[in-house]
Structures are given as structure tokens and as C-alpha cells.
Design a protein around this ligand. Structure first.
Ligand code: HEM
Length: 315
């Protein structure tokens, strides 16, 4: 397929970050002025600001003041923002702050951009995948039961031990459900590339340098690729073909993208997804509230714009 020839790099070979901090700017809330200069003892904080225009920046629990990065979360609070001790953890932020390997320590600007990227790509997508899963499971209570049964068989009836997650990968049906949810309601609705050279796709000529959005939602709802039941929730289509779900083209199902820029968080997200579903399904049943209004819309990601009211009951 011609899509394979496309790359994410610009023609001069430099990288083009899709989630570059500045392109995210319209989605960032202004930092409350009362907090500017207020010190980093504020703890974890979600609003981000443009670090080029303000002196203080707080990204999650990282505070940057006069070019120095500091952890400001619960780990250690300080009233002296100018001489703060760096509090590091074994988490990704700690590694990024301290990794000196190959003298590739990140600059403050890079660090902030990485945090924004990971915060956006790491949170929104998984949260939406779970949201749409609850929606579809609420409509298909038989699948709630299939998954509860599978959890009972694989994990047992006791508490999920978070220090031993080896069984998680044995939850096959839950994997099919995740794939089917990402097919019908793609948390990431498109993938971007730039043509490195003139290419031809069918009768269409795409000139070199053209930016291309690969429409995953369109592909996932194409009956030529999936058959007449394309819009039905059928997790079992992934039973015998876990990667492609029986899609007629091997590049037709790409929930995490493809090639060198494929999602780096896919294994993490599968693990998070399964843990959250185990915890929810073993405690609660879900039905759709009569006040639900179906309103999926693409706003970078695919969201239910009117929310997802559910009726939640103890199992
Ligand atoms: C259901 C969950 C997720 C979905 C559907 C998803 C989907 C995607 C897609 C379609 C891409 C573009 C790949 C390409 O261009 O070929 C991508 C890239 C990326 N994802 Fe995810 N993602 C998810 C979760 C996560 C998580 C949990 C993280 C991090 C903790 C993450 C971090 C990233 C990053 C950093 C990139 C950019 C990779 C690059 O350009 O080299 N994603 N993701």
C-alpha cells in the first residue's frame, strides 16, 4: 500500500513533532496570575502555560523557574523556590530529569515539550478508550458477563495483585474488546505523515511535501474492508486474527499507527486498560442512562461531546 512509503520527517530530514507544545497552545488554560511567582509548593497541577512567555511554568508536578526544573509534587514541598532540592523518582519524569547517558540531558524546553506530549498522548487516549468501552459494554451486557467470567477464570476471585500482572496478558477476550472499541471509536482518529517524494495512490498524485492525514475512523468504518457488519460491535472478529480482526487489508487496522512513529505507549495503555476494566467490572454493572445523547465528535481525539452518563450498580 502506498501509505507505507510516507514518512513523518520533513524533506530536510528533521523531525516534525505532531504534538509540539506550541501547537497545543489553544488547548492550554492560562495559569492563574495569583500563582505566578507563588513558588512551587502548590503540588500537582494540570494547567499549562506557554513557557516562552512566562517566568513560571508548572507542568503536572514539575516546576521550572529561571531555567531550573524542580519536582513540586507531594514528594517534597519547599518554601524556597530559588534553592530547591531536586526530588527525583523512578518515574518517567525522574528519568528525564536525571538521565545523563550519552550526554543527552534534555534542555528545559525539551523537557517541557516532552511532558506536554506525554501528558496529552498518555492520558486522553486511554481515558477515551475506557469511556467508549463502558458505552459499548453498557449496550452489550452479554459482553460484560463474558469479561467477568474471563476475569474469574484468569485472575480468580481475590484482589488483583498489582505486583504480579503476568496474568493480564491472558485476558484474551478483553483484548478483543479493546481492539473492537478502538475500531468503532478510535481514540486517535487519524495519523499524520508527510510525502517525501511524489507518489501515486490509485489515480491520485500526491506531490512531495504534502501533509497527509490518514483517516483511521474512515478506514475502520469501511465496509469494503470489514464487510457488512462493519458498524456492529463484534469483539469476536479478533478471535482468530488478533492483529487485524479479519480486515481485508493488512494495513487496514492501525489503532496505534505504524512504522517508526508507531505509538510508544501501546503496551502501557493495554496494561492500564485491562487493570481498570478488571477493577470496574468485578465491582459494578453498567447500563446507559436515558439522558445519554450520542454525540461523538473529533476534537483531536474522538470524544462524547455530551458526556457519557451511565447507571452504575454493584454487581
Ligand atoms: C488507547 C490508547 C492510545 C492510542 C489509541 C494511541 C494512538 C496513537 C497513534 C495513532 C499514534 C500515531 C502513530 C503514528 O503516527 O504512526 C500515537 C503516537 C504516540 N503515542 Fe499513543 N496512543 C495511545 C496511548 C498512548 C500512551 C498511554 C502514551 C504514553 C504514555 C502514548 C504516547 C504516544 C507518543 C509519545 C506518540 C508519538 C510517537 C512518535 O511520533 O514517535 N500513547 N499514539
Amino acid at each position: 500500500m502506498e501509505i507505507l512509503k510516507l514518512r513523518n520527517e520533513t524533506p530536510d530530514g528533521s523531525s516534525s513533532s505532531k504534538f509540539n507544545g506550541h501547537r497545543l497552545k489553544p488547548f492550554l488554560e492560562p495559569f492563574p496570575t495569583s500563582d505566578v511567582g507563588g513558588g512551587p509548593s502548590r503540588g500537582p497541577c494540570l494547567p499549562l502555560i506557554d513557557h516562552r512567555s512566562r517566568k513560571w511554568v508548572t507542568v503536572m508536578d514539575l516546576t521550572i523557574h529561571d531555567g531550573k526544573a524542580t519536582r513540586s509534587g507531594n514528594a517534597k514541598k519547599t518554601k524556597q523556590p530559588h534553592n530547591v532540592v531536586l526530588v527525583t523518582g523512578k518515574d518517567l519524569l525522574g528519568i528525564m530529569l536525571h538521565d545523563n547517558s550519552k550526554n543527552k540531558k534534555l534542555s528545559v524546553e525539551e523537557l517541557v515539550d516532552e511532558c506536554k506530549t506525554l501528558f496529552f498522548s498518555g492520558h486522553e487516549t486511554t481515558a477515551l478508550a475506557l469511556t467508549w468501552t463502558l458505552f459499548l459494554l453498557a449496550l452489550h451486557p452479554e459482553w460484560q458477563n463474558h469479561l467477568r467470567e474471563e476475569i474469574k477464570q484468569v485472575i480468580g476471585e481475590g484482589e488483583l495483585l498489582l505486583n504480579d500482572l503476568t496474568n493480564i496478558r491472558k485476558l484474551k477476550k478483553m483484548g478483543w474488546v479493546m481492539n473492537e472499541v478502538l475500531r468503532l471509536y478510535s481514540a486517535a482518529p487519524n495519523v499524520q505523515r508527510q510525502a517525501r517524494e511524489d507518489i501515486q495512490v490509485g489515480e491520485l498524485i500526491i506531490p512531495s511535501g504534502t501533509n497527509i492525514w490518514v483517516d483511521l475512523v474512515g478506514m475502520n468504518h469501511d465496509s469494503d474492508l470489514w464487510g457488512n457488519d462493519v458498524n456492529e460491535f463484534k469483539p469476536e472478529r479478533f478471535k482468530d486474527d488478533t492483529l487485524h480482526g479479519g480486515c481485508k487489508h493488512k494495513m487496514g487496522y492501525l489503532p496505534f499507527g505504524f512504522g517508526g512513529r508507531m505509538c510508544i505507549g501501546r503496551n502501557l495503555t493495554i496494561m492500564e486498560y485491562k487493570i481498570v476494566l478488571i477493577l470496574l467490572l468485578t465491582r459494578f454493572t453498567f447500563t446507559l442512562s436515558p439522558s445519554y445523547i450520542h454525540s461523538p465528535a473529533i476534537m483531536l481525539s474522538l470524544r462524547p461531546t455530551n458526556g457519557l452518563p451511565l447507571i452504575v450498580q454493584h454487581v
